[in-house]
Design a protein around this ligand. Sequence first.
Ligand SMILES: Cc1cc2nc3c(=O)[nH]c(=O)nc-3n(C[C@H](O)[C@H](O)[C@H](O)COP(=O)(O)O)c2cc1C
Length: 173
Amino acid sequence: MEFFDVVKKRRSIRKFQEKEVPREYIEKILEAAFYSPSSRNRRPWHFVVVDDRALIKALAKTRPALRFLETAPLAIVVCGDESISSAWVFDASIAAEHIQLAAAALGLGACWGHVLDRAHNEKKSAEEYIRELLGIPEHIRILCVIGIGYPAEKKEEHKKDEVMRDRIHFNRF
Ligand SMILES: Cc1cc2nc3c(=O)[nH]c(=O)nc-3n(C[C@H](O)[C@H](O)[C@H](O)COP(=O)(O)O)c2cc1C
């Protein structure tokens, strides 16, 4: 699929078919993630690929905004090593978008479930909850979980009227 078709077609998909994501597609998606730019080319990313149903169900319990993971056959936890780069949030965010665009290009649906600076409950952060669940070390920070699968909902592609002309400034604001 051509780049502009991919960015138009990519929508946040939160309902998925039961069908598994083929291994070669998972490899393609991860390949795209590692082609992301990163600050000072430090490449601080870590990706935890979760296809275990019980673990995905537990990830869906991180916070209400991640409940959509319930039906996802695949989840990628997008992390950054803060000991490698203080810009890990930006680097991980870009990788998360590469993952979503790669999924769209392969005819899959995906959605970002946000983790960083969010609460699991009154006592525990969403990050701590996932860290314990998946055994992620302290210096590896967790940005988000991307749920991926074959779409079980249809969404309109993006349209040109979403371009906010009044937000575009040439030369001076
Ligand atoms: C930083 C960020 C955090 C997001 N967090 C969540 C989330 O926790 N749960 C969720 O269902 N969607 C989340 N989304 C998806 C947005 O709701 C979605 O991108 C937005 O509504 C636009 O829709 P579209 O992706 O279909 O264009 C997040 C997106 C971004 C970029």
